[in-house]
Design a protein around this ligand. Sequence first.
Ligand code: ZN
Length: 87
Amino acid sequence: MSIEYLEIPKCPKCSDGHRYKLKVERSMVIKMMTEADFDEPQRKVRLTRIFTCPTNSEEFQARFVLTDTSSDRIKNVSVVGLADGNE
Ligand SMILES: [Zn+2]
């Protein structure tokens, strides 16, 4: 499980930019390293999640893309909340 950050450059509710903290669960794929595996392309995972605008507390849906690697598959993504300024 890792923490990743998502930048929403233009919020649909207030047109401002927000930065959210995401909790990403990945499952490791264990396999024999044969030559073919090295050529396996990265996979882009398209996700839709609900975010809350911190300015007027309204919810909105946003789509974003995270990148998998061949040995590291995205299993679950949840929105923790707004990232504070130090993150
Ligand atoms: Zn907003």
